[in-house]
Design a protein around this ligand. Sequence first.
Ligand SMILES: [Zn+2]
Length: 111
Amino acid sequence: MSELPCVSCDTDIPAEASNCPHCGQRQLTRTTAITYVAVALPVVFCSVGLALVLGVPGVVDATVGATGLVACLLVTYCLTGLALGHAYAKRQRRIDAAAPTPATPADENAQ
Ligand SMILES: [Zn+2]
């Protein structure tokens, strides 16, 4: 079983673990990445946008406006999503690199 350092405490833990057994920190698995991008981030950005419009409507109108606010939130969402995707891809490459290479058809023929 391949192991990876925990994103929080750096202890080597099983690559498949969704939470660190030592510190409990949630690891960036495929499910975590998808959940963050599909659910958590939209909720956070919609809440921030709504809070700004409802909380300080004068400031929003005087500066970027409602369209600008939505555009800013969308750009931030895309950048955060890309960063998450990049972090997940990096972790996945480390898992792939640590995993033993699967047998090729040529190897099976040789046995
Ligand atoms: Zn940990």
